[in-house]
Design a protein around this ligand. Structure first.
Ligand code: ME8
Length: 504
């Protein structure tokens, strides 16, 4: 069965920054992990191109909105390959088939009497494209952008959110692991238990840049209905049915949690569609404590600046290794460099090089499978410990805990490095017993192959090149948690990951 991993579709009102790159990288890692585990998975990303915010940004840039979003969508789609991210589908909300899809969704909700024409007054943040209740505001400021909200009173279509509260609550209670990390699920359950939900305003009047409400041209469909249903437009583009949303993992930042955990499932229930498999919610990257955001120019560093400094593998690794997904973290390029040097250059690549150089020099690159029958106790012990750790690392991947997975993989590398240093195989030149050296390199090579493959969702290039040196084509590999001992056949000993010199 095909599964899907999505990123949020990003607003096409500015250029991508490191926060967007982070969502893309995490989603790509989940996608690659599923593929490497033998699952058929489709990776979806795209751009959110309607709404007041985009219309006004285009206007201030003196550009026609269509031209403006075309340019921004191209910048986003051009970013992904730089980070070694290769989406299967790049959805844009200005595509005709998406607009047709939204009209059909609207029509169905309207015919079901889930949407009605009414009036709404409240405080609206254009940057978030959402209304806030007085208790959510900080004074008169939006809690995310810390900017003044607008008082809006207008005719609007409203969605009967309360009608779905009980069903949604029951769903969450019977699917306690739908949202990760768990405290986000707990918070939505409390909200649903608290009591009646206000109807949700789902159209805007006087906004020319959006999808028109069917049969009422004065209104445009609320950008969040437009945006959320892009997930299904994209799934349909792959030839799969709307129901496939139930095999979908959505990656999202905590800023858009409510849209995905409350409104999105309510819309799906109203349409008799299944709910997603998983929501993975992540925290924010900050610079000097400030959330990286388009509306805060001091914080918007182009992700390519980092990928050029650290390489795409290095950036991908550093971002997931630096903090648990759900936490906020401050970007400090010295720290990112340090972790990449310590873990990838020293702990991993340097060990590969030393081990492979020895095997090439003294054994012609070949260690036969039969060595597995003559291993000493220390080798067996190392194998048993690494085996156990590897199972834990794969389990963490399955639980979307990438941070923990990197810690465990690093632990395996620490065990390997300690073993290598204690066994001193390089002393073969000074008369060290050749069987001892063979055993050491045989065990280290076999474990390394497996560890490097386990790193592949995070560091695809590095893993691919190390495995190629072991004569293995990564595209033909399946990731398993067991270390199976087999013959070693090394063709080269390259330096796969050079230390990065950080210029302050
Ligand atoms: O919200 N740290 O788009 P958007 C980590 N179009 N992640 C960050 C971040 C940061 N500082 N800043 C942004 C939208 N992100 C809507 C989504 S989905 C149907 C519609 C990431 O361009 C994070 O995933 O404002 C956040 O949710 C997303 O970018 C918001 O991007």
């Amino acid at each position: 069965m095909t599964s899907f991993v999505t990123t949020p579709i990003f607003y096409a009102n500015g250029d991508p920054h490191l926060g967007h790159a982070y969502s893309g990288i995490i989603a790509d890692i989940f996608h690659r992990f599923r593929q490497l585990s033998g699952q058929q998975n489709i990776f979806i990303t795209g751009t959110d191109e309607h709404g007041l915010k985009i219309a006004s940004t285009a206007q201030s840039a003196g550009t026609d909105a269509t031209e403006f979003v075309d340019t921004k969508a191209a910048v986003f789609s051009g970013l992904w390959p730089e980070l070694d991210i290769h989406p299967d589908i790049f959805i844009r909300t200005t595509q005709q088939e998406h607009k047709d899809h939204i009209s059909a969704v609207w029509q169905q909700l309207f015919e079901n009497n889930d949407i009605y024409l009414g009036k709404y007054s409240g405080q609206y943040c254009v940057a978030c494209e959402q209304f806030y209740s007085p208790r959510e505001l900080e004074g008169n400021l939006c809690p995310v952008h810390k900017r003044e909200v607008d008082t809006v009173e207008e005719e609007t279509y409203l969605f009967r959110l309360e009608k779905y509260r009980q069903r949604l609550l029951e769903y969450y209670l019977t699917h306690p692991n739908l949202i990760t990390p768990k405290h986000f699920q707990d918070s939505i359950v409390s909200l649903l238990q608290e009591g009646p939900l206000e109807d949700l305003s789902v159209s805007r009047i006087n906004n020319a840049w959006g999808i028109k409400v069917p049969n009422n041209n004065e209104h445009t469909v609320y950008v969040w209905i437009d945006a959320l249903f892009s997930y299904i437009t994209a799934i349909k583009q792959t030839g799969n049915a709307n129901q496939s949303i139930s095999q979908t993992v959505h990656v999202l930042g905590k800023d858009i949690f409510k849209f995905h955990a409350l409104y999105w499932p309510a819309f799906l229930l109203a349409l008799d569609l299944p709910l997603p498999e998983k929501l993975v919610v992540h925290g924010w990257w900050t610079i000097n404590g400030l959330k990286i955001s388009k509306s805060n120019p001091e914080t918007t560093i182009n992700p390519n600046t980092f990928s050029h400094l650290l390489s795409s593998d290095g950036l991908r690794y550093a971002l997931v290794r630096q903090k648990p997904l759900f936490r906020d973290g401050n970007v400090a390029s010295e720290e990112l460099t340090e972790v990449v040097n310590a873990d990838l250059a020293n702990n991993l690549a340097n060990l590969v090089k030393r081990n492979n150089t020895l095997v090439l020099k003294y054994f012609d690159g070949q260690l036969e499978e039969a060595i597995k029958h003559s291993l000493d106790d220390d080798c067996e012990q190392l194998l048993a410990s690494c085996q156990q750790e590897l199972e834990r690392a794969i389990h963490c991947y399955k639980e979307y805990d990438l941070y923990q997975a990197t810690l465990i993989l690093k632990q395996i590398l620490d065990l390997l490095n300690t073993f290598f240093h204690q066994r001193k195989p390089w002393l073969i030149s000074k008369g060290q017993d050749s069987q001892h050296v063979k055993n050491t390199c045989f065990v280290v090579s076999n474990i390394l192959r497996q560890v490097v493959l386990s790193y592949a969702p995070i560091t695809p290039k590095l893993s691919g090149s190390v495995l190629a040196e072991f004569g293995i084509d990564i595209s033909k590999c399946l990731l398993r948690s067991s270390i199976e001992l087999s013959a070693i056949n090394i063709s080269q000993a390259n330096s796969h990951f050079a230390r990065i010199h950080h210029n302050k």
